[in-house]
Design a protein around this ligand. Structure first.
Ligand code: GLV
Ligand code: MN
Ligand code: MN
Length: 403
């Protein structure tokens, strides 16, 4: 918990936690994590995308590795547990392995992913994509709001865009990926359970949209002559909300909107905004995205505007591995805790890691289901429970692999 507090001090924006990919704040947080990994006896390296990876060698060094971790970047004005908690719980458990009477046979690697939230480049999961070998080279040309490319950001962050392929794990190098994360929802609190076994992760589409019209004088351009993109965006915002209200299980959010030039006496010339769409069933999500795209085109046509609609990220729903779920549930029961299973509406690095390795996740209860804002909180006793469960999980796996 003290380490979570310590990491919270690494931020781009004084007074609130904002730590996006490739920034000095993330570099400083990564250096601190690297030190803690080193202190836990791990061999530490920064990979080509900028993830920090700490590896404990097993007695059979060539055996497939157990991967543990979560992300170190954050949203804007974040809480302190989304991401870091999973890295730090993993580090704690790996530290305990040093005191086992018999060494673990397989290597255990803790990964602190450099980009899960996608705050800076709207990319999401850059860190895990590099590890999973699904990093799209076209991302390197994306630019942030200051005009810096992802390629430049990666190079300035100690990464190497030309070595991304070499960072990827090869078949047979990993046994499983396990991630501990705060729940970010209210379920575990409602059933009075400290931890829960995740069953599946909802699919997610992240869209960057825009309407362009013509800027003008607020006091002279008659209403019928205007090509104002902001009311058009307002229509789409309302449709997005209505669609989610009327589609069971659908969650849709416009979280970012930018009005240009942005003055009270100027008719806007352009509005850029994001649309985030999620559902446990991919078909429902993709049909909602199509409906919204159709609407944006219709609104643009009816108001003589041009529209842009770019799907920045599109991730299918993912099922957690059945046997890892069973093992986690057994560890939860062995710790004397109630066994709860729940799906995740939030996205996680496990989504991308599932492309190459079986994935499992353990959620930790959080207060009021609050996340993606500073009031995010977890109880120390629940974190102790998560460490206990992960300890037991790894211990059981280690004993099995020795037989
Ligand atoms: C990650 O936090 C996400 O679900 O957007
Ligand atoms: Mn997260
Ligand atoms: Mn998050």
């Amino acid at each position: 918990m003290a380490r979570c507090d310590e990491l919270a001090a690494f931020t781009e924006e004084p007074g609130r936690i904002t730590r996006s990919y490739g920034t000095p704040a993330l570099t400083a947080a990564r250096d601190r994590i690297a030190q803690w990994m080193h202190d836990a006896g791990l061999a530490v390296r920064v990979d080509a995308v900028g993830n920090v990876r700490g590896r404990g060698q097993g007695s059979v060094p060539a055996a497939p590795a157990l991967l543990l971790g979560s992300h170190l970047d954050s949203v804007r004005d974040a809480g302190r547990y989304d991401g870091p908690l999973g890295i730090l719980v993993a580090l704690e458990v790996v530290d305990h392995l040093r005191h086992r009477p018999r060494p673990v046979s397989f290597p255990v690697e803790v990964i602190a992913f450099a980009d899960e939230e996608g705050l800076r480049f709207q990319t999401t999961y850059l860190g895990s994509c590099a590890v999973a070998g699904s990093f799209d080279a076209a991302f390197l040309d994306l630019v942030d709001e200051n005009g810096m490319t992802l390629r430049e950001a990666m190079e300035g962050f100690g990464g190497d865009p030309d070595a991304l392929a070499a960072t990827a794990l090869q078949a047979g190098e990993a046994l499983a990926y396990l991630e501990v994360h705060i729940e970010q929802g209210p379920y575990l609190e409602s059933v009075d359970a400290p931890v829960g076994v995740v069953t599946a992760i909802s699919g997610q589409s992240r869209i960057l949209a825009a309407f362009s019209g013509e800027a003008g004088h607020a006091g002279t351009v008659a209403m019928h002559l205007r090509r104002d993109p902001l009311p058009a965006a307002a229509e789409v915002v309302m449709t997005t909300e209505n669609l989610a209200w009327h589609t069971p299980g659908l969650l849709a959010t416009v979280g970012m909107i930018e009005v240009t030039p942005g003055a009270s006496n100027v008719i806007p010339g352009q509005v850029r905004f994001s649309v985030d769409v999620r559902h446990p069933e991919d078909a429902v999500r993709t049909s909602a995205v199509s409906a919204l795209e159709q609407q944006i085109r219709e609104v643009a046509a009816s108001r003589s505007l041009t529209a842009e609609w770019r799907v920045a990220r599109d991730h299918s729903a993912v099922l957690c591995d059945a046997s890892l779920m069973t093992r986690l549930a057994e560890a939860v029961a062995a710790a004397g805790l109630p066994v709860e299973r729940l799906p995740s509406g939030a996205g996680h690095d496990a989504v991308v890691m599932s492309e190459i390795v079986p994935v499992g996740m353990l959620f930790v209860r959080c207060a009021g289901g609050i996340s993606h804002q500073p009031a995010e909180s977890v109880a120390t006793s629940d974190v102790v429970a998560a460490i206990d469960v992960l300890d037991r999980f790894v211990d059981t796996l280690a004993n099995e692999k020795l037989q």
